[in-house]
Design a protein around this ligand. Sequence first.
Ligand SMILES: [Zn+2]
Length: 213
Amino acid sequence: MPQEIEVAAATTAAPEVLFRHLAVPEAWGAWGKFPTRARQVRKGDTTTYGVGCVKQIWPAKEQTVAYEPYSRFSYIALSGLPVRRYRSDVHLDPQEDGTGTYLRWRATFEPLVPGTGPLLGFFFRLMLKSFVRWLPDHAEGCPATCPARDAATCNGRKRGTGREHPAVPSARTRPRTAPNRTRGRKPPTTPRRRTGRSPAASPRRPDRTSGTW
Ligand SMILES: [Zn+2]
C-alpha cells in the first residue's frame, strides 16, 4: 500500500528563492543539515537543473521529474532509500498578501517490507518536517556564497530586480579613481615649480609613502 505524507510551512522567503534552493543540487547542502555534501551527478535533459537532473544526497540519489518555476518541484528516489517508488512533490504558493510563500512538501512511497509502513511514515514525516523548517530558515537569510545563486535564471528568463535575494554590494566592482597624472596635465600653462604652495593643487598628489601598494 502506498503511503502518503504531507507537511507544510509558511515563510517570508519568495517562491523564486525557495525554488532555486530545490533546483540546484549543491544548494541542498547549504540549507539541509546532511552529513555529506550534496552534488549534481547528471544534468537535466534540456537545462542544467531541469527535469532529468540527478543529485546525490546522502544516502540517496534523486532525480527531478517536475520542474515548474517557481511553483512546483518534484523528484523521485532512484536509490538509497529503504522504500520503493519514493516521490516528493513540493508546492510553492505565494502568500495572499505577497509577503512570502506557503510551502507544501508531499511524499509518497511504498514500503519494501510489508507492515513497515507506519514506522517508515514516522521517519519520513520527521524528515519532511525538518526540510520545511531548514529550507525557510536558510532562504530567509541566504548568504552571498550560496550555490542556489548559480540558478539565477532557473526558468531561462532573466530574473527581475533580485530583490528577493538581498543584494550584496561589491566594493570590487567600483571603478578606481582616475590616475592623478591625467588630471594634473589639464591646466597646461602651470609650470610645476612656479608657486608650489597653491592649496588647490596639493591634495591630488598621491602619497607614495602610505604603504598600501
Ligand atoms: Zn541559499
